[in-house]
Ligand binder design. Sequence first.
Ligand code: RET
Length: 130
Amino acid sequence: PASLCGIWEIISNTNFEGYMTALINPYLRKIAMNLKLRKIIEQHGDQFIIKTMSTFRNYTIAFKVGQEFKEFTKGLDNRHMKSLVRWEGNKLVCEQIGEKKNRRWIHWIEDDKLHLQELFCEGQVCKQVF
Ligand code: RET
């Protein structure tokens, strides 16, 4: 599998507001809009720890590719999901099954940058580059 290891600083964030509109209240949204996000990815084979860091709050997930895990988006939208990550070529794809339809994210490396695309059912697509 590809390596996504590293400390990644955000360089662009497209339609983060749209994505958050589907998930959280306007108050939290306003705070989140102004955060400079950083991803810290630790990877040993198919075992991952992904930390989304900010001065306001951090969000961490740990999983093994191909193994369903219970995800609770603590401090984000506080929802419970069953999540499953798998490789699609060199892309890391996560399906998040829960209250929100078509919730998923995709990670990949391109031109030495970390791309993160988070999709949403209501047609919202947020695209972040680190
Ligand atoms: C923070 C701060 C509080 C408000 C919001 C946040 C958003 C976090 C997001 C994390 C996504 C993580 C993913 C990890 C997968 O590798 C920073 C917790 C809204 C959107 C997709």
